[in-house]
Design a protein around this ligand. Structure first.
Ligand code: SAM
Length: 360
């Protein structure tokens, strides 16, 4: 979804060559209200404009959530609001959507964009909250439960592409990685404070990194303050293994993922959300979770299977749903997405142990 939040007019940034390359130079893509036609051109070329996020597997998610007018929906990871908008269009008239996100930088932009698209506070409420606190947000809204809940995990393209946020290394930036920069420690400090053996286990646990011990030792050899430096240290350390460029890049990607998961305590908050889902869903309510790596998917799969065994869910996806080839071609970020869904039982009737087993 393109970011059409009005931005104050600024002098056009100077850049070398014919086209801007760096994130902050792409002033047209970052101001889609003023440069809508240019943003459309980027989108139709199959790229994601700077400062925007393309929602992934929208049709498949709508098929799982089955939104109809009058229903209450939760988007636990509002991001750029693309999924929320698609759901809102189906639950109106009469429905409402509760949107949560931890990011205090992007959330006001997304809210402004959705408001300017006509979604008033009576149909859309926006909450700067971790989804671990979903039960409390619903209670504060006077709701006993939602008819559907969506969680699209990880980071948005706006977060990933902006070098100031420190999530990526395409353009170097401060090694931060906090989805909420007002809370917790940036990745540079977490690295400095974590002992080498603990760091190795963190790389294994959070990203299945096969060269964890070698990389942990290299990461502790000196202070690392930027994302560019982090990528360089990993690449240099892997030199002794004579890996292909592709394998080295995969290790860099996994190192970034492992640190991001630790900085934002992503597994603990996901576990918390998964535990609270059946309490937050109305009887017969649907939940869809989109994950982007095996550490997340394993957790969702286990939680849905055990909820199904216990009779809390009447049905769950028996295998993951993946993005179609056309979507992956148009948006490579969809290639690692895995979608799972579950339907809360109309009434809780625990099954005898050894009940239905679901594989995938
Ligand atoms: C992949 S993006 C969601 C994109 C969104 N579905 C869309 O259509 O634009 C993930 C979003 O979830 C947010 N997020 C990640 N972990 C969260 C958590 N524990 N609680 C609330 N929001 C979270 C991130 O800040 C990010 O904005």
């Amino acid at each position: 979804m393109a970011d059409d939040t009005p931005r104050p007019h600024k002098r056009r940034p100077r850049y070398r060559g014919k086209n801007p390359r760096a994130f902050h130079e792409k002033y047209k893509e970052l101001d889609s209200l003023r440069y809508g036609a240019d943003v459309e051109k980027v989108l139709s070329s199959g790229k994601t404009p700077a400062g925007s996020h393309r929602p992934i597997m929208v049709d498949e998610i709508l098929e799982c959530l089955r939104p109809v007018p009058g229903e209450v929906a939760v988007d636990a990871t509002l991001g750029g609001g693309g999924h929320a908008r698609a759901i809102l269009e189906r639950i109106l008239p009469g429905g409402r959507l509760i949107g949560l996100d931890v990011d205090p930088i992007e959330l006001p932009r997304t809210e402004a964009r959705l408001r300017s698209a006509g979604f008033r506070p009576d149909v859309l409420s926006v909450h700067p909250s971790n989804f671990a606190g979903l039960a409390r947000v619903l209670a504060d809204q006077g709701l006993a439960g939602a008819d559907m809940i969506l969680a699209d995990l990880g980071v948005s393209s706006m977060q990933l592409d902006n070098p100031d946020r420190g999530f990526g290394y395409k353009e170097s930036g401060p090694l931060d990685m906090r989805m909420n920069p007002l809370k917790g420690l940036p990745a540079s400090q977490l690295l400095a404070r974590t002992a080498v053996d603990k760091l190795a286990r963190l790389l294994e646990r959070n990203a299945d990194e096969p060269h964890a011990d070698l990389l942990a030792a290299a990461l502790k050899a000196g202070a690392i303050e930027t994302t560019g430096h982090l990528a360089e240290v990993v690449r240099d350390a892997l030199g002794v293994l004579r890996l292909s460029d592709e394998e080295a890049t995969a290790s860099i990607r996994r190192t970034f993922q492992a640190l991001r998961v630790a900085v934002n305590d992503e597994f603990a908050t996901l576990d918390w959300l998964l535990r609270s889902l059946t309490e937050c869903l109305s009887p017969g309510g649907r939940v869809a979770v989109l994950t982007f790596h095996s550490g997340e998917d394993r957790r969702v799969k286990k939680a849905f299977q055990s909820g199904h065994r216990d009779g809390l869910y009447e049905s769950i996806s028996d295998e993951v749903v993946r993005a179609g080839r056309d979507e992956v071609r148009a948006n490579p970020r969809a290639s690692s997405a895995k979608l799972r869904w579950a339907v809360r039982a109309a009434s809780h009737s625990p099954k005898p142990t050894g009940g239905d087993s679901v594989t995938s």
